[in-house]
Design a protein around this ligand. Structure first.
Ligand code: DX5
Ligand code: ZN
Length: 221
């Protein structure tokens, strides 16, 4: 399972979003777009109009992380807009299998995310319906928080389940991922790495993406 890098724009200069994405697009595999609604999380970023513009103006695939209530209503629209991957939170969904089916039917890869306090068991039955599981390594809502190493056991558990399924399902980590934490994520079985502040606070964000990729590759099982 190859390493994939998905830098988050949350910590970039959002007034210059296109230019900021261009700084990393040759080094990264996807661009991670954190959609927050001020209900599911206590923060507000951007929604469909801006994501649509990013998809039409930027060549890099969009990895949309929806930290929003009512994914039944909204998640398929991100897929219809052309997102490469659409991830919803299991805690926000009343009918997660329906959300997953609708995202896939609209042509995107489907991800399901778990907050730090949510057990891996909450997504076990969803594995046949998804293409990625996102294990949050901070409480969702803000960039620049400290990495929660206690989530690595959950990453390992989910990695063993997805391997057993035999399907091409990715395991993503998001939150506090950087040079001092990415290796343990890779060792635990993650293969998709989101990094926001570590990338955009670096003097050369593309070089940081490349460096993080090398570290993850060397630590991958
Ligand atoms: C947090 C977001 C993350 C965040 C990552 O709720 O989902 O994608 O932007 O930022 P860092 O890497 O700074 O923790
Ligand atoms: Zn995110």
């Amino acid at each position: 399972m190859g390493v994939l890098m998905s830098p988050s724009v949350l910590d970039c200069d959002l007034t210059r979003l296109h230019d900021e994405i261009s700084r990393v697009s040759d080094a990264a595999d996807m661009i991670h777009l954190d959609v927050m609604d001020n209900h599911f999380v206590p923060n507000l970023t951007f929604g469909l109009p801006i994501v649509r513009k990013v998809i039409s103006e930027c060549s890099i695939p969009a990895d949309c992380h929806l930290m929003i209530d009512d994914p039944e209503r909204w998640a398929p629209e991100y897929a219809e807009a052309g997102a490469y991957s659409v991830t919803f939170h299991v805690e926000a969904a009343t009918d997660p299998i329906r959300v997953a089916r609708d995202i896939r039917a609209a042509g995107a890869r489907c991800g399901v995310a778990v907050k730090p306090g949510t057990s891996a068991n909450a997504i076990e039955d969803l594995i046949p319906f998804v293409d990625m599981v996102l294990v949050m390594t901070v409480e969702p809502g803000f960039g620049g928080q400290s990495f929660m190493a206690d989530q690595m056991a959950k990453v390992s558990t989910i990695r063993s389940w997805v391997n057993k399924s035999g399907a091409d399902i990715w395991v993503q980590v998001d939150g506090g991922v950087g040079p001092t934490t990415i290796e343990q994520c890779a060792e635990a079985g993650a293969n998709v790495f989101v990094a926001g502040s570590a990338v955009y606070r670096a003097p050369d964000p593309a070089a940081m993406v490349t460096a993080l990729r090398s570290m993850a590759e060397l630590s991958s099982a």
